[in-house]
Design a protein around this ligand. Structure first.
Ligand code: PMP
Length: 356
C-alpha cells in the first residue's frame, strides 16, 4: 500500500495506526455484529461512545465543569451562523485576522451590528494585532485562533471584559493552552481531529444562559445541549473518528507531548525558510507564525507552480497555497509525522540547491 506525504489544509491526514484500527469497527463495532455506520444513534453503544468522547475532551483540555460540549453538523460555516444567531443581541466585535474571521462577521451581520475590534489587513494579514477596540454594549469578541489561509496563530489571547468566542478549527488540541479562559470554543474536526462533517462546540454555561431562545429550535445551542447532540440523527461516523483521534492523542501523551511534536515539525520547515537567504519567503511575521499552516512564497508564480509539481512528483501532496492568496502552504496538523516534515524539509533544501 502506498501512502503519500499529505500536507493538505483540511481534510487532512489521520494517523495510519488509527485508520488501520478503524477497519474492524467498520464491520463489527463493539461486538454488535454491525459496523459503526450501521448502529442506531439511540443505541447504548452510540451513547457510550458519545459520553466517552466528551469525557476525553474534558480530560485532555482540563475543562472545568462549567462547560457544555455539543456536536453539530454543517462544519465551520454553520458555526459562523450559530454564534451570531445565538449570542448577538446588540453588537459584536470581530478581530479581523483574515478570511475566516471575516466570514464569521459577515454572517453574524444578519443578526445585529458587527464591527472589527482590530484589523491586520494593512499588512496582508501577516500578523495578529494585540489591541482591541471594544464598544459599549458588545455581546462578545470573536477571534480565530489560527488563520489557516495566512499561516498566523495567536500566541497571546485577548484580555477583554466581554465574552470571548474562539474558532479553533485549525489548531484545536495541537498545543497545551488554558482552554478555560474562553467562553466558547468551536472547531470543525476535519483538520486535527478526524473526518469532515461535524464541528464541536464547547460553551460556558454562563454564556449559554444568554443564548436566544426565540430562534428556530435546530439553530439553538440550547437544543443541542438539552438533547445531548441527538435532537436529530447525529453524524455518527464523524463523532466516532473524533473519538478515535482523542484516544490517539491521549496515547501519545496528551497535549504537552503533542505540542512538543508539533514544535519540532514546524521548526524543521521554518528553519529551511529562515536559512534560505530569501529563496523561501515566509509570509507570517515571526512572532505570529502558525505551527499548523506554514505559508511562504518563491520568487514568482511560475517557480511556485514548478515547486508544487516537483513536490507532487516526490509524493508531497497539498503544498499549494489557498486559492485566494496563492503562494505555498504546508499544513502540519497533529497526524502529520515528524518524518514527513523532515522529508519535506530535505526536499525544500534540495529544491533550493538546484534552483537557488
Ligand atoms: N474556520 C477556519 C479556521 C477554517 O480553516 C475553515 C475551513 N478551512 C473554516 C472555519 C470553515 O470551515 P468549513 O469548511 O467546515 O465550513
Amino acid at each position: 500500500m502506498k501512502r503519500v506525504f499529505n500536507f493538505n489544509a483540511g481534510p487532512s491526514p489521520m494517523p495510519l495506526e488509527v485508520l488501520e484500527a478503524m477497519k474492524e469497527d467498520l464491520t463489527n463495532f463493539k461486538n454488535t455484529g454491525m459496523g459503526i455506520t450501521e448502529i442506531s444513534h439511540r443505541s447504548k453503544e452510540f451513547q457510550d461512545m458519545l459520553d466517552e468522547t466528551k469525557d476525553l475532551l474534558r480530560q485532555l483540555m482540563h475543562l472545568s465543569p462549567d462547560y457544555e460540549i455539543v456536536f453539530i453538523q454543517g462544519g465551520g460555516t454553520m458555526q459562523f451562523l450559530m454564534t451570531g444567531y445565538n449570542f448577538l443581541h446588540t453588537r459584536a466585535a470581530y478581530a479581523d485576522t483574515g478570511v475566516w474571521a471575516h466570514k464569521a462577521r459577515n454572517t453574524a451581520a444578519f443578526f445585529g451590528e458587527t464591527y472589527d475590534a482590530n484589523s491586520a489587513q494593512d499588512k496582508d494579514y501577516s500578523y495578529i494585532p494585540d489591541t482591541y477596540d471594544i464598544k459599549d454594549g458588545t455581546d462578545y469578541l470573536y477571534i480565530c485562533a489560527n488563520n489557516t489561509i495566512y499561516g498566523t496563530e495567536y500566541w497571546k489571547f485577548p484580555e477583554v471584559k466581554v465574552p470571548l468566542i474562539c474558532d479553533m478549527s485549525s489548531d484545536i488540541l495541537s498545543r497545551d493552552i488554558d482552554f478555560n479562559r474562553f467562553d466558547m470554543i468551536w472547531a470543525g474536526i476535519q483538520k486535527n481531529l478526524g473526518a469532515a462533517g461535524v464541528a464541536l462546540a464547547i460553551i460556558k454555561k454562563s454564556l449559554l444562559e444568554t443564548a436566544r431562545t426565540d430562534i428556530p429550535e435546530f439553530l439553538q445551542y440550547q437544543t443541542f445541549v438539552k438533547k445531548d447532540s441527538t435532537y436529530n440523527t447525529p453524524p455518527v461516523f464523524c463523532i466516532y473518528t473524533l473519538n478515535r483521534m482523542l484516544h490517539w492523542i491521549k496515547n501519545m501523551g496528551g497535549l504537552k507531548a503533542i505540542e512538543e511534536r508539533n514544535k519540532v515539525k514546524a521548526a524543521l520547515i521554518y528553519d529551511v525558510i529562515d536559512e534560505s537567504g530569501g529563496f523561501y519567503r515566509g509570509h507570517a511575521e515571526k512572532d505570529a507564525r502558525s505551527r499548523m499552516n506554514i505559508t511562504f512564497n518563491l520568487a514568482n508564480e511560475a517557480m511556485e507552480k514548478d515547486f508544487v509539481e516537483k513536490a507532487k512528483a516526490h509524493d508531497f501532496i497539498g503544498v499549494k497555497g489557498h486559492r485566494l492568496v496563492g503562494g505555498l502552504r504546508v499544513s502540519l496538523y497533529n497526524a502529520v509525522t515528524p518524518e514527513a516534515a523532515e522529508a519535506l524539509s530535505q526536499f525544500m533544501k534540495e529544491y533550493e540547491r538546484v534552483n537557488g
